[in-house]
Design a protein around this ligand. Structure first.
Ligand code: ADP
Ligand code: MG
Length: 553
């Protein structure tokens, strides 16, 4: 039989190198990864079989089987899922499709910092984790609908081989030749424990094949279909890691049943840590859509608006037709209703957290606030609720403030909500533009997210008060009463006395700067600095102008 030798893509070799010199302190998770892939493969076939029932070839009883051989130190994980043909094997087990993994490699290779090693926790290395415990891995696979099976084999050192193989029925068998120090993974107790810990939530049976009768090791019912009271926190966490490809713990777990006009089950997670690829345009979210327990699709914008793209989990609809194609989903009216329902649910969960768990909420906001704020211009319907959820840095203390609290603290005669924006909070605090405001005790919001430039113009107001940039022309401080009234009177007197000489000075400066500036004006807003730059009342905010320049270059 002919055997083809192939080289791993360079990134795979690098990844394997990291995996083998195990950065994972917890080797058990290789089994979780392989069982998770097996379960995904069954999900995929179940979906394909809706349109092509023949693919099932009479075997609709999806299962993952574990076989051990403690004489040869071999562990086999077998499934009857969709299987892989030759091209699939080359594509899936020889390259890195996941853009996140490639990014991770870049991050790790650029630094030897021990802290970055922790980073790996964020990145699932999936199939390749098999090489943490095995020095030889064989994958025999036959794709549903094909007659020919293929065998992929590698010692994880740069090359793999592919050859024709024999296999009864469809699916994938992964055989791990365990290294001497990993013999324990043929031990039944060990496997039972690992499956219970990491894979209990898997919706299909994980069966340990034993001489004296097979044993199903997991609960084997999809987690979200079980009653809340029967699910432990640990199980919720493991399911989060499985569906979200995440390695942190969820900050919030929202499991509920929507009843009435539309019926669905939602199991939603809000993460603790910010996913590294949150701003990657190619990122697909990790919210999975099921229709009556059949997996349909993952990560589509149809389920949640982009400003909630960090939410992961599962939505299982009772009402959508099973034969709904992924393409048809786009404007399915039922899905729009589900999307609105999910959005409202997440919003109310955030509102509760903001009230009851201020510290947790502020951490959430630190991680995801810049994404949530996209909703301020993209989601008119929910704008007001998002504005109330928004938190800001300001010249009032070091913490976060709400807009409502800002309004509470507004001075007599103050009509606008003042803000200044820039890249760096400390630089902003030192801005000369703030001096006049500081002297009168007027609070100014400090905005450092690029997204602020986009929602600010479209939102315009909060609670009937305009947002106003302090770098704009007319921020007239005279109408606003300062904390110390005598001070203000003194200023007026001085102004009158100096009026003539100030006019002369301004004229001289105008001549000196020429067309470099539009105007030179006397200002109330400075107390210790001699001058500052401001934008025209009608013109662009200074930071916006800078951002635009950067983009046009
Ligand atoms: P991920 O699961 O995140 O896609 P993995 O490294 O775990 O990444 O797996 C890579 C790919 O290999 C999978 O996306 C899938 O296409 C394929 N694959 C892995 N295991 C199986 C399996 N048991 N059956 C079918 N395909 C599989
Ligand atoms: Mg995987």
């Amino acid at each position: 039989m002919t055997e083809e030798k192939m080289r791993f893509e360079a990134e795979v070799s690098r990844l394997l190198d990291i995996v083998v010199h195990s950065l994972y302190s917890n080797k058990d998770i290789f089994l979780r990864e392989l069982i998770s892939n097996a379960s995904d493969a069954c999900d995929k076939l179940r979906y394909e079989a809706i349109a092509k029932p023949d693919l099932l070839a009479g075997d609709a009883d999806f299962k993952v089987r574990l076989l051990t051989d403690n004489v040869r130190n071999v562990l086999t994980i077998a499934d009857n899922g969709i299987g892989m043909n030759k091209e699939d094997l080359v594509e899936n087990l020889g390259t890195i499709a996941n853009s996140g993994t490639a990014k991770f490699l870049d991050a790790v290779s650029k630094s030897d910092n021990a802290k970055d090693v922790d980073l790996i926790g964020q990145f699932g290395v999936g199939f390749y984790s098999a090489f943490m415990v095995a020095n030889k891995v064989e994958v025999v696979s036959r794709k549903a609908g094909d007659d020919q099976a293929w065998k992929w084999s590698s010692d994880g050192k740069g090359e793999y081989t592919i050859a024709e193989a024999e296999m009864e029925g469809r699916g994938t068998q992964i055989t791990l030749h365990l290294t001497d120090d990993n013999k324990e993974f043929t031990d039944e107790h060990r496997l039972r424990h690992i499956v219970k810990t990491y894979s209990d939530h898997i919706g299909i049976p994980v069966v340990l094949m034993k001489g004296d009768g097979d044993e199903t090791l997991n609960e084997a019912s999809a987690l979200w279909t079980r009653p809340k009271s029967e699910i432990t926190e640990e199980q919720y966490k493991e399911f989060y890691k499985h569906t979200s490809h995440a390695f942190d713990d969820p900050w919030k777990t929202i499991h509920y049943q929507a009843e009435g006009a539309i019926e669905y089950t939602g199991l939603l997670y809000l993460p603790t840590m910010r996913p590294f690829d949150l701003y990657d345009p190619q990122r697909t979210g990790h919210l999975k859509l099921y229709v009556r327990k059949v997996f349909i699709t993952e990560g589509a914008n149809e389920l949640l608006p982009p400003w909630l793209r960090f939410v992961s989990g599962v939505v299982d609809s009772q009402d959508l037709p099973l034969n709904v194609s992924r393409e048809m989903l786009q404007d399915h009216p039922l899905l729009t209703k589900i999307k609105n329902g999910l959005t409202k649910k997440v919003l109310s969960e955030l509102e509760t957290a903001a009230k009851k768990d201020t510290e947790g909420y502020e951490t959430f906001w630190e991680n995801f606030g810049s994404v949530v704020k996209e909703g301020l211009y993209e989601d008119q319907t929910n704008r007001d609720r998002i504005l109330k959820l928004a938190r800001f840095r300001s010249t009032h203390g070091d913490g976060w403030t709400t807009l409502a609290d800002y309004v509470e603290r507004m001075k007599d005669g103050q009509k606008a909500i003042y803000y200044i924006s820039g890249e760096d909070i400390d630089a902003l605090k030192r801005s000369p533009q703030l001096e006049g405001f500081a002297a009168k005790g007027i609070e100014v919001l400090l905005l450092t997210d690029p997204v602020d430039e986009f929602w600010m113009p479209s939102v315009g107001q909060f609670d009937g008060k305009d947002f106003k940039s302090v770098t704009r022309g007319g921020a007239d401080l005279n109408d606003i009463k300062s904390d110390d009234k005598d001070d203000a009177k003194d200023e007026k007197k001085d102004d009158a006395a100096n009026e003539a000489s100030v006019s002369a000075l301004i004229a001289a400066i105008k001549v000196a700067l020429g067309s470099g500036v539009k105007d030179v004006r006397e200002s109330d807003r400075l107390t210790s600095s001699a001058c500052c730059l401001i934008a025209d009342e009608m013109g662009m905010d200074l930071r916006m102008e800078r951002l635009m320049k950067q983009h046009n270059r």
